[in-house]
Ligand binder design. Structure first.
Ligand code: ATP
Ligand code: MG
Length: 374
């Protein structure tokens, strides 16, 4: 039986942990504030009644909550636990651990793990573990096993309350969306760019999506991907800007096929996308661009081609998937629910027959001049 299935007594809480190591001083306060706001927004949207959200060094507590919300959609949440909240009273603790007896009776073995966030509590962690462990073992008949126990009862001693819990559920970690600033994300209907966008959102970025339209079917796919990504944005809107491909190519796209410039279509396309992105970056007040580029996956993604195609970019480009295996990217896509959307049938671009893989800047500039696309 898990904690949340026992509605008999006491106050329910959810303990929310974040990756506190990289947070110091004033940043921590801002981070906690934003995470509290995002959690509050999410709980209200999902219809979860709760009494209060409070922060204490390194933890956020959702207090007086009846059922367990799924907090994975809130970026910044490293892990969370449904818990019982008790007064800071050792006598009460000794009694309240009986809530876990049914579950511990059904377990092969167990251990008690105590963490004192507030050090002004006696006995110390070891003392609590030993004494409470002995009580539980005597009352349930289940033996203690410190290494890899079947059941682990956690006791956390905070500044104002004690918490009892047995589950730790992993979130994505990272930082609340928008806490780092804004970037323009080049998004296609493929698997990679939505994942790249998500990874940057996880570092606190609010993306503005920029899509160059190949077909209406692909664009509606991108709209669905936007909606999915927006579920992680804690109530913020994710803007999607759509620019037709022909506009990007000044009406010359179709005319390139069947000419000696056909093998350069991909690199020209990437170059023009970055050039166009520059204008959007400025207009949106963004601090750079995200792409789903992955080294040497397709013709346009060799080091040489990436170098040349990015020569139009006077801003930083973030490509978090550059060194990923395709399988790693796909695993993330599945976790965040973009995979199914990305693999849906749609009409994409028509790649040239023999795309050039080693185009240098000089060559690219020449081709742009010849085609009138510079
Ligand atoms: P993806 O799965 O994201 O399509 P990919 O591995 O198929 O990436 P490419 O198609 O060469 O590789 O695209 C590389 C990157 O260029 C994409 O990840 C995306 O950031 C950007 N991009 C490609 N096509 C478009 C488009 N139609 N609109 C906007 N950005 C695009
Ligand atoms: Mg693609």
């Amino acid at each position: 039986m898990s904690v949340r299935e026992d509605p008999r007594r006491g106050d329910r809480a959810v303990i929310v942990r974040y990756g506190e190591i990289s947070l110091k001083g004033r940043n921590r306060g801002q981070f906690e504030q934003k995470l509290k706001e995002d959690l509050g927004w999410f709980l209200k949207k999902q219809g979860h009644a709760f009494a209060k959200i409070t922060a204490e060094r390194g933890r956020i507590y959702i207090r007086g909550i009846e059922d367990l919300p799924e907090l994975k959609k809130i970026l910044g949440v490293y892990s969370y636990s449904p818990a019982f909240e008790l007064a800071r009273d050792y006598g009460a603790l000794k009694k309240e651990v009986s809530r876990f007896f049914p579950a511990i009776k059904q377990s092969r073995d167990f251990r008690v793990s105590c963490q004192r966030i507030a050090k002004d509590f006696s006995p110390d962690s070891m003392g609590v573990e030993r004494e409470i462990g002995t009580i539980i073992s005597e009352r349930t008949g289940t033996p203690v096993r410190l290494k890899d126990p079947d059941f682990e009862l956690h006791i956390e001693i905070g500044h104002r309350h004690l918490y009892l819990f047995s589950e730790k559920i992993r979130g994505f970690g990272g930082f609340p969306v928008g806490s780092a600033g804004k970037l323009v994300s080049l998004i296609s209907g493929g698997i990679d760019s939505p994942v790249a966008t998500f990874l940057m959102m996880k570092r606190g970025v609010l993306p503005v999506l920029l899509h160059f339209q190949n077909s209406a079917s692909e664009t509606s796919k991108v709209e669905r991907l936007r909606d999915r990504l927006e579920e992680f944005a804690a109530g913020q809107k994710i803007k999607l800007i759509v620019i037709p491909r022909e506009e990007l190519f000044l009406g010359k796209y179709a005319g390139l096929f069947g000419t000696r410039h056909e093998p350069y279509v991909c690199i020209i396309c990437k170059y023009l996308m970055h050039k166009k992105a520059a204008a959007i970056v400025e207009k949106e007040g963004a601090l750079g661009v995200i792409t789903g580029d992955n080294l040497a996956q397709v013709a346009s993604q060799t080091l040489k081609n990436l170098y040349a195609s990015r020569s139009a970019a006077p801003f930083p480009i973030y490509s978090p998937l550059i060194a990923y295996e395709k399988s790693e990217t796909m695993a993330i896509a599945r976790q965040i629910g973009t995979y199914e959307l990305s693999i849906a049938e749609s009409e994409g671009c028509s790649p040239p027959r023999n795309p050039k893989t080693g185009v240098d800047c000089e060559r690219l500039r020449k081709v742009l001049k010849e085609t009138g696309l510079e």
